[in-house]
Design a binder for this molecule. Sequence first.
Ligand code: UDP
Length: 384
Amino acid sequence: LRLDRSTRLRIAMLAPPWISVPPDGYGGIEAVVSLLSDELVRRGHIVTLFCAAGSHSGAMVRPLLDEPHPDRIGEALFEADHVSRAFAEIEASADAGRPFDIVHDHSGFTALAMADSISVPLVHTLHGEFDRHTGGFYACHGRNATLVALSAAQKATAPLGIDVAAVIPNPVAVSDWPFQARKDEYLLWIGRICADKGPERAIEAARRAGRPLVLAGPVQPGQEMFFDTDIAPHLDGRRVTYAGEVAGRAKTKLFASAWALLMPISWAEPFGMVMVEALACGTPAIAFAQGAAREIVVDGENGFLVEDEAEMAAAVERVRGLSPWTCRRSVASRYDVRRVAARYEALYRTVLAGTPAEGVAGIERHSPAPRAGFFPDARPHPAG
Ligand code: UDP
């Protein structure tokens, strides 16, 4: 029955406790969860979204804590509370004879660490990077779930012994982003203002290219000093401007009108929503050749991959030779939400097919995820 492609699935989507879904402004994971939930509902599934207060979705919305906590991101107090309430509801559903088939977790670390305490199999999307600490965490707890990486680059950094079952990129709803072929003069940098994301390097690249730069994004707690020291002195309201955190139409217009998006990341970012959002608008991306940027940006087609600020500046005029339609198509064909949701649905069904029926029905604990190589789509991303 579970292998039948027409079976509706009961899906518990677990968002983080920090920001409402969809985000009104900054919130990469919340944007992903929102798109995926809506599309899975459109595909006929029964989706319950466990999330922060103030959320809206085509799925059934179950806010867990009294309020979102955008300034407390990562704090155990809130994450543990949020996850334990979600798990209690998931188990209560099973006890009441209406079990979820699958839990899809985007919420951080607690749910994965505790996933062997619930009776429903859990798919965990890896939203962060593997480092000394998270590597140890996943080596210990990764077997509790089916792990999904966002890019081949991210999967390649998984320490030995950690099974990443599939590479499924983050989705973008291409039709929600306005296509614009005629671009303004300015370059755009958008994201969390922090050194990892390289806004100060974007300032240098734009200066060398002789073009104005618009910076946009929140200064999160702990990053005030970086902003004051490395960014604020360059803001002159003319060559370098700071738009603050942007949302809605102002944000999409900023993406669509920009000459190019600058992505001078100094870490192996596992995905990078702002690149696919820019490309959906027909705006090329010029990125440092790190992490998933090497998959999202196809050099010479939808942008350029560069090594430093000088190369980034030199690439700015070469953007003239790129087709905005090609940029948009490059994300529509790989990252559109319909495609991504179909891949997750296929993965859920594969997980369920490998799980004893009793486990699926919520009577027994589920067995550990099958080893890597089991899944038909456990292959590098086509662009990788
Ligand atoms: N974003 C936004 N307003 C801002 C800055 C960012 O809405 O002022 C959004 C941006 O459109 C993207 C998300 O926040 O959807 C950031 O996601 P990304 O994957 O690029 O970065 P990360 O999740 O690492 O912060």
